[in-house]
Every structure is written in structure tokens, then in C-alpha cells.
Design a binder for this molecule. Structure first.
Ligand SMILES: [Zn+2]
Length: 70
């Protein structure tokens, strides 16, 4: 199973930026942004919307997808 690495924002539908945690090698590539040096997998988001600043996690996105289909 593969899923798009850049989902659309659940709120406004804009292409998400994937948040890179830790220390990046250089400036983030297109489609990515940096989140910080310490990643807490329990609370930190995986994606952020460049349009409305909504942040969400992969599991929340999956939940949103599941809800959308039902
Ligand atoms: Zn958005």
C-alpha cells in the first residue's frame, strides 16, 4: 500500500507540506518544511497546510479519509 506523501489539507484542500523533524541536511525540499529538532511521535503533527496553517498527523488523516468514505 502506498499513499501520497503530500495529502490535501482536510480543511481547505491545499497541498500539505510534510514536516521534517530532526536536523535536516539543508534547506527543506519543495513540499517539506522543518518542524524542530525534537520529535514527539505522540503529539507532533506530520503535515502542515501552507494555506491555513492547519496541522495534523498521519493517523488523523487516515481517520479523516475513513470518515469521508462512510
Ligand atoms: Zn488548509
Amino acid at each position: 500500500m502506498s499513499r501520497p506523501r503530500r495529502p490535501e489539507c482536510p480543511r481547505c484542500g491545499a497541498k500539505a507540506l510534510e514536516i521534517l523533524w530532526g536536523y535536516p541536511d539543508g534547506p527543506p525540499k519543495e513540499g517539506f518544511t522543518t518542524g524542530g529538532c525534537i520529535y514527539n511521535p505522540a503529539t507532533d503533527p506530520d503535515f502542515v497546510c501552507p494555506e491555513c496553517d492547519h496541522e495534523w498527523r498521519d493517523d488523523e488523516f487516515d481517520t479523516y479519509e475513513a470518515m469521508d468514505k462512510s
